[in-house]
Design a protein around this ligand. Structure first.
Ligand SMILES: [Zn+2]
Ligand SMILES: [Zn+2]
Length: 333
């Protein structure tokens, strides 16, 4: 089978993913083998490929927004069956008995494994997954449309919940890529006014099309303060700029697995009971809840399609914001 493998991290422009041929993997007792239909391309994949975050061993096959069909199951698997269409998210599995897992915060489990990081992911034709963590996919959402929901969508949803966003509030989204273009649709469904901060004129237009009431950069004047804000861009310099626009009692959520250093903050920026918090991964239940909501509100992913062998190009285009929404690899149409 065909697989796009990372042997050595390097800038995306040097095309670090190598076309490789491997035997189809055999599922262990608690695993399933999935025939991959589509796989989304996430900023985290780019960070892994470029060496900003380090998988424990190389080579690795990236990709953690996988839509596919269960093709073969391990002998202990009872929760899914061959022929089921499923989604494989970033959270591959967790230990199930640490204090975080016991509290239902398995996204923080120190022994968690991640798809396309600890275990080969979906930039390939066939992959293995832990049967207990597979997400059921709503039938009416297509393979192309479903892929971005499995990381960009779920993590954006968790960020809005961790921001404690209430119906009708003013929401700020900083950076307008895959995650934000799905989060804005949830905000709209909850009757929130969304402000979108991005330098890209293309992304501003995209945000306006999806219902943003205000778009611009941080030099543009803004009269009203935000109730909640989410930063999607991995730039620490943005933190004080957003805090200046956040009301007392408001919440700023940082939704980034990697961020450049945050500058020294004047205390007045967080005084007034403002909260800053990060979001790290997502729980299985987040995935189930978000996919249910996505079906209910008929969420639309804007996707740009690439073949499996074009994975390097998809990463380059992602890095340079060449498209709106998300890049999706089509493996089996
Ligand atoms: Zn655990
Ligand atoms: Zn991701």
């Amino acid at each position: 089978m065909l697989s796009m493998r990372l042997f050595y991290p390097a800038q995306a422009e040097t095309v670090p993913l190598v076309v490789s041929r491997l035997p189809r993997p055999k599922p262990a007792a608690d695993q399933v083998r999935i025939k991959v239909f589509t796989c989304g391309v996430c900023h985290t994949d780019l960070h892994i490929v470029e060496g900003y975050i380090h998988p424990p061993k190389l080579p690795i096959t990236p990709g953690h927004q996988v839509v596919g069909i269960v093709e073969s199951i391990g002998r202990e698997v009872t929760v899914v069956h061959t022929g089921d269409r499923v989604g494989v998210p970033w959270l591959y599995n967790t230990c199930g008995n640490c204090e975080f897992c016991m509290r239902g915060e398995e996204n923080l489990c120190p022994k968690a494994h991640f798809t396309g990081f600890h275990i080969n992911g979906g930039f390939c034709e066939y992959m293995l997954a832990d049967a207990r963590y597979l997400l059921p996919l709503p039938e009416k959402i297509s393979n192309e449309q479903a892929a971005p929901l499995l990381c960009a969508g779920i993590i954006g949803y968790r960020a809005l919940r961790k921001a404690d966003l209430q119906p009708g509030e003013r929401l700020g989204l900083v950076g307008f890529g895959a995650s934000a273009h799905l989060a804005i649709q949830i905000g709209r469904y909850w009757g929130c006014e969304t402000y979108v901060y991005t330098r890209s004129k293309e992304h501003q237009k995209h945000a306006e099309k999806l219902g943003a009431v205000w778009t611009g950069n941080f030099d543009k004047k803004q009269i009203k303060l935000l109730d909640r804000a989410v930063i999607f861009a991995p730039s620490g310099d943005l933190v004080p700029r957003v805090l200046e626009r956040l009301r007392p009692g408001g919440t700023l959520v940082i939704n980034a697995i990697y961020m450049s250093p945050i500058p020294v903050l004047d205390y007045h920026l967080i005084y007034g009971e403002r909260t800053i918090r990060s979001v790290a991964n997502a729980t299985y239940q987040d995935g189930v809840d978000f996919l249910r909501l996505a079906e209910e509100i008929d969420i639309r992913s804007d996707v740009t399609l690439y073949s499996l062998e074009e994975a390097n190009q998809a990463l380059i285009d992602l890095k340079h914001s060449k498209f709106n929404g998300e890049a999706v690899l089509i493996i089996y149409p």
